[in-house]
Design a protein around this ligand. Structure first.
Ligand SMILES: [Zn+2]
Length: 152
């Protein structure tokens, strides 16, 4: 299914196949994402003006999903055993999932540091960076990548 941005007319990208949330990857475009199921549209400036203090949580939600999916796909590329280990450690140690990692990059970092050799951790971080590279114009994504790359 191809959905074009109502503002800039570029094809929208679905966050996760089947999620029904399509976002515009054009950094100059004001359009953020559309929820296909409800038809609800989210725009950068309108979100800020109309929702005021709710802006942060609304604005961060799609980025949590984005970062979570980037982590998932990077882990899966490394193999199912690594994926299983990291996701179960997130749950056991922090009662968290990959979707909590935007707000808590240290969770993922600690799990990688403690449970895998340095090379594995580096490859995972590099892969996440590659996947998220085109979204680094979002400050929250940039911050996440920055924290992930920090030395202990
Ligand atoms: Zn657009």
């Amino acid at each position: 299914m191809i959905v074009n941005c109502p503002d800039c007319n570029k094809p929208l990208i679905e966050f996760d196949i089947g999620s029904g949330n399509y976002h515009c990857a054009n950094p100059k475009c004001n359009f953020q994402y559309i929820e296909i199921m409800s038809g609800k549209q989210h725009r950068k400036s309108i979100t800020v003006e109309e929702t005021g203090s709710e802006f942060d949580s609304l604005d961060r939600k799609p980025k949590r999903i984005l970062v979570g999916l980037a982590i998932e796909s990077s882990l899966l590329n490394m193999g199912h055993s690594i994926f299983d280990k990291v996701t179960s450690k997130l749950r056991e140690d922090y009662d968290a999932s990959v979707f909590d990692c935007l707000d808590n990059p240290q969770y993922l970092k600690r799990i990688l540091d403690r449970n895998f050799n340095k090379n594995v951790g580096e490859v995972v971080v590099k892969s996440i960076k590659t996947v998220l590279g085109e979204f680094a114009y979002y400050e929250s994504v940039r911050e996440f990548l920055h924290h992930l790359a920090e030395e202990n």
